[in-house]
Design a protein around this ligand. Structure first.
Ligand code: PLP
Length: 374
């Protein structure tokens, strides 16, 4: 019995990728985003499962992620979407990663590094259509940069792309404006560079708007079976890949009024049994969940009662209980008919499902089922 474990179903990742590939149809590539340790699922096993499910490219945010992924997948098409410092650019180039670019100064620098290292990196020029983060928002400058990259013998113009700020806010008016601006410039880029891969959509955009699919889509959250709209993954046919589990380390009888945990934030309202579960905020099960969520034991819900500490939490099992030390505890996932999703946890914390799985700490071992993890 492990104190806390994240169980990852690689078959679910494969299924979700196959579903996304089917949704975008032939002729549109699926790039699976595996940054931040595969949103907490484990970058390399997630990447391999995504490729089995039909992803033809993999995206990471950082150069060191690209290098780690390259070591495990020598033949994969890898795209680093994040900003690169000069030192990081070398790491990305040596990893054979495709890179993002939006400034002429970086083109000149990268060209020189490519010549020195004897590589010819594939470059994706980024147009900031309204995310207000990476990319250049001046269409003429972006077009000029595309021309400069294409004319540079040390670089290859591989992609033209953008990123949406509000794709997950159904019905908003900003997403269509970003899409319209991008579509207009993409036509001009394609006119002079017909070979470029045009891409814009994240998971939410894939479900929301087929006109955003272009030549490739970049899906992260949906690959892991989490709902990009934060509600219910099943509505889109997605299967959550991650379950967070622990076990009952001890059961003890509390007299009415006795308290559990730091600060005595909970007191037994009656004589009751309390279960001790050895998982806490040191594992990413946030302290803000204290007295606000349930856990599943034996297919039933029990409230987390008392302040969650770094390594433990306590659960009110009621005045009579069949729960015994050693019983499995599910914190995220399904047990019998009961489900507690990453979306449920996110809602309680006022955040998004992304942050819940990314926040499961390195102390929690990842265990893989449904495919080869290596
Ligand atoms: C993380 C990321 C994605 C994936 O977004 P999801 O909402 O997880 O699908 C796509 N594109 C870029 C540039 C990203 O940084």
């Amino acid at each position: 019995m492990k104190r806390a474990v994240a169980r990852i179903d690689l078959g679910a990742i494969e299924h979700n990728c196959a579903l996304l590939a089917e949704l975008v149809g032939p002729g549109v590539e699926l790039c699976a985003v595996v940054k931040a340790d595969g949103y907490g699922h484990g970058m390399v096993p997630a990447a391999k499962a995504a490729v089995r499910g039909g992803a033809t490219a993999l995206a990471v945010a950082t150069a060191s992620e690209a290098a780690e992924l390259r070591a495990a997948l020598p033949d994969a098409r890898i795209l680093t979407v994040g900003a690169l410092s000069r030192a990081e650019a070398d790491v990305a180039l040596q990893a054979g990663s495709e890179v993002a670019m939006w400034r002429e100064g970086f083109r000149a620098f990268l060209s020189e590094r490519a010549r020195t290292l004897g590589v010819r990196p594939r470059v994706h020029v980024k147009y900031d259509t309204g995310m207000g983060r990476l990319g250049d928002s001046d269409p003429d400058a972006v077009l000029a940069l595309c021309d400069a990259v294409a004319a540079d013998e040390h670089l290859e113009l591989a992609g033209f792309w953008t990123h949406f700020a509000t794709a997950d806010e159904l019905g908003d008016e900003y997403f269509p404006r970003q899409l319209a601006a991008f579509t207009a410039l993409a036509e001009r880029v394609r006119a002079s560079h017909p070979q470029v891969t045009v891409h814009a959509a994240n998971s939410a955009a894939v479900f929301r708007e087929p006109a955003s699919h272009f030549d490739m889509v970049r899906c992260g959250i949906a690959v892991y079976g989490l709902d990009p709209f934060g509600v219910d993954p099943a509505e889109h046919g997605l299967r959550p890949a991650l379950e967070l589990r622990s076990y009952v380390a001890d059961v003890k009888l509390f007299p009415a009024g006795a308290s559990a945990g730091y600060g005595r934030s909970w007191r037994a309202p009656r004589d009751t049994y309390v279960g001790v579960v050895p998982i806490g905020y040191g594992d990413g099960w946030r302290r803000g969940l204290s007295n606000r969520v349930d856990v599943l034991i034996g297919g039933r819900r029990y409230p987390v009662s008392g302040t969650i500490s770094m390594d433990n939490l306590t659960v009110d099992l009621g005045p009579q209980t069949t729960v015994r030390p050693g019983d499995e505890v599910v914190l995220i996932g399904r047990q019998g008919e009961e489900v507690q999703s990453a979306e449920d946890i996110a809602r309680v914390l006022g955040t998004i499902n992304y942050e819940i799985t990314c926040g499961i700490s390195a102390r929690v071992p990842r265990e893989y089922v449904g495919g080869e993890a290596g």
